[in-house]
Every structure is written in structure tokens, then in C-alpha cells.
Write a protein of this length. Structure first.
Length: 370
């Protein structure tokens, strides 16, 4: 005799409902799971002397790197970056910024060596920056990302430090970074404030091993007046350069959204010693160059929508000083977008007159007025 299991109708319906819920939940989980990107093969870490200055972006060695993507939608691609000398550089493939994803989710590309590598899964319309100090975050076309250290030992650098100057919090730069057209090595020990609250920046070391200084405001201020009260900097050697800028850390020399006051002679003894710049500097309408005699000055720029007004006033104060120069730029003026104030003292290594001695500058005060 064959036995049959009789299940009441109400129980059959209950079991069927549970089964459908489980299937629907599993399907929904698979459908809504976040895409991922990962590395399978990691290139070695970039190794170069911290003080080497004759390096350009084209000098870096290259290697193959690969990985895998899950959950990518049709049309999405990979964008690769390598971190070298204080910035993330876009790794292009045959002149293109994107790496295609194979049908099995794998990708493979040629990259230039760096200390770290980043892979971003992006939408078809995403436009990646060629250079950036900070990686793009997820959103606005970036779907997923992964970051990995290069294989092998990384150079040991002094850690960044934070300090307070003129009531604002600033952080120092550290390690080799490109600034003012040259690769400089930044040492946080070359930045400090004295008992009166003034900010000191120093170039230390000796020929072939110069260490420089830079601080960056830890917050963005936007439109307004930026004022810097400086003591006499006429003692700076021709290849020492002091810059007072607002920049968001994104872009190359041709695409930066940057406002500059540059104090120095760019390696030439008879050059002018002050520049007002709306980047890019090589557009004639974007730069005004002039000379100031020795003395203390207050340099400022008033940044508004569609224009920026630069000025230099004699003396280290807010009012009453003689106006040395004033210029209004109305072309190419950027809008605020994550920029921060930076004060830096660098070596222009391409100058005709090499730096011979240590140099130091003192900034008495920074002010911002909305």
C-alpha cells in the first residue's frame, strides 16, 4: 500500500507564500547588490629619491595591472589612477582615460608606477580629472572604487602636522610634490608659528637636498576677500618662490581653477618679483607682473562671481597704506568649488641662478572677509 502525505489547503498556501517571498528576496538582493571593483594583480611601488628634481610626468616607469568587476552595467568602464608626488595621476590607455571591462568582468591595463593605485568603476558619461590631490568620491558618475598600496616598501616620510595661524587651522604638506613647475621635497619641520602668532616658512638643507614648506587651510571659504600681511621678502634668492593661492587641488597647469599671488623672481636676477595670476598663467590676459621695492606689504584679492580684484598695499596693515598695484580680472575667473588657501615657499629648480642658501619668510597675519 502506497502512503500519501495529505497537506491541508491553508498550509499549502502558506508554504507557497513563504517560498515566493524567499525567491523574491533573493532576486531583489541580487538585483540591488552594489557593484564592486577589485585588484587581482598589483604593480610594484614607485621608488625614487625624494630630492630628485628633474622628473616629469613622462619619466615614470610603467607596468601591467589587472582586476575584476562585479555588478557592472552596460557601458560602464574602469578609470585608473596612480598616486605619485602628492597627486593622483590619470593612467590613460592609448590616449584614452578608460579601460574596458571584458564580458567575464575582468579588466587589464598599463599604468605608471605610484605609491598607491586606484580603480574607479564609472558611468559612460563620466569625465575624469587628469590630476587631483584627492580621489573622486562615489557619486556623480563614480559607481565604485578600490584603492591598494603598491607592492614593496614605501618611502618613510615625516608625518603631516596641524597648526593654528590667525585663528584658522592649517595642515602641512609632506614629501615630494610638484609645485611652481618643479618637484620639491616638503618637510613639515619647516613650518611653525612663533610666540607672537606669526607664521614662519623655511627652505632648509643644502644644494641638491633642499627641503621646502607649505600649509593648506583645512576648510573652504568661497567668495570673499583674502588678505596676507607679510614682512619684507626682498631677501629671497632669485630661485626661491613664495605663493599665496586659492586652489581646489584638481587639474593640470592648463585646467586648474586657481588664483595666485606669486612673490619671487623665477630664477632670474632682474625679473619682476610679484605676479597676479588667474590660471592658466600662459594666457596673456591672465597674468600681471610688476616689481615692488624692499619692505613689508599686504597682498590681497577680492573674489566675486565673474571677477577677482588683486591689490598690493605698502605696510603690514589693513588700511592707510599706499596702493602699489591693483588689477581687476574678469576673464576665466573660477567659481568656488572646494578650494582652500595655500601658503608655500618653494625652490624653482629650473631657474638660471640656483639656490645657494637657506631662505625664510614670515607672514604676520591672514584675514578673510566674506
Amino acid at each position: 500500500m502506497q502512503l500519501r502525505l495529505i497537506v491541508p489547503v491553508f498550509l499549502q498556501r502558506s508554504l507557497l507564500l513563504v517560498f515566493c517571498i524567499v525567491l523574491t528576496g533573493c532576486h531583489s538582493s541580487l538585483k540591488n547588490s552594489a557593484p564592486t571593483v577589485a585588484f587581482s594583480k598589483v604593480a610594484s611601488a614607485y621608488q625614487e629619491s625624494a630630492y630628485k628634481t628633474d622628473i616629469t610626468e613622462r619619466d615614470y616607469k610603467t607596468d601591467i595591472i589587472d582586476g575584476r568587476v562585479t555588478g557592472a552595467r552596460p557601458g560602464q568602464r574602469i578609470v585608473l589612477y596612480a598616486m605619485t608626488d602628492g597627486r593622483w595621476g590619470l593612467c590613460q590607455q592609448s590616449g584614452q582615460p578608460f579601460t574596458n571591462i571584458e564580458s567575464d568582468g575582468r579588466w587589464k591595463a598599463l599604468i605608471h608606477l605610484g605609491l598607491q593605485y586606484a580603480a574607479l568603476l564609472v558611468d559612460p558619461t563620466y569625465d575624469p580629472p587628469q590630476q587631483t590631490e584627492s580621489l573622486p568620491i562615489i557619486g556623480n558618475g563614480v559607481v565604485a572604487r578600490a584603492v591598494v598600496n603598491g607592492e614593496g616598501p614605501a618611502p618613510v616620510l615625516r608625518p603631516q602636522k596641524t597648526l593654528t595661524f590667525s585663528g584658522y587651522e592649517w595642515t602641512t604638506s609632506a614629501g615630494p610634490i610638484f609645485r611652481a613647475g618643479s618637484r620639491n621635497f616638503f618637510d613639515p619641520a619647516n613650518v611653525w608659528t612663533d610666540e607672537r602668532g606669526a607664521l614662519h616658512l623655511r627652505i632648509s638643507g643644502s644644494p641638491g637636498r633642499w627641503a621646502t614648506a607649505e600649509v593648506r587651510l583645512t576648510r573652504s571659504l568661497g567668495y570673499g576677500t583674502y588678505r596676507f600681511q607679510l614682512r619684507d621678502v626682498s631677501q629671497l634668492e632669485p630661485s626661491a618662490l613664495l605663493t599665496l593661492i586659492a586652489w581646489d587641488g584638481v587639474g593640470t597647469e592648463s585646467t586648474r581653477r586657481e588664483l595666485d599671488v606669486e612673490l619671487g623672481r623665477w630664477g632670474e636676477l632682474e625679473n619682476t618679483n610679484v605676479n597676479y595670476v588667474v590660471q592658466p598663467y600662459y594666457v596673456p590676459a591672465n597674468i600681471v607682473a610688476f616689481r615692488v621695492p624692499p619692505g613689508a606689504y599686504t597682498h590681497s584679492f577680492r573674489w566675486e562671481q565673474g571677477q577677482v580684484v588683486f591689490s598690493t598695499v605698502a605696510g603690514s596693515g589693513n588700511t592707510g597704506g599706499r596702493v602699489i598695484n591693483r588689477h581687476v580680472f574678469t576673464s576665466g575667473v573660477p567659481s568656488p568649488e572646494g578650494e582652500s588657501v595655500r601658503i608655500g615657499l618653494y625652490v624653482f629648480h629650473q631657474g638660471k641662478i640656483p639656490l645657494k642658501n637657506e631662505n625664510e619668510v614670515i607672514i604676520d597675519k591672514f584675514e578673510y572677509l566674506p
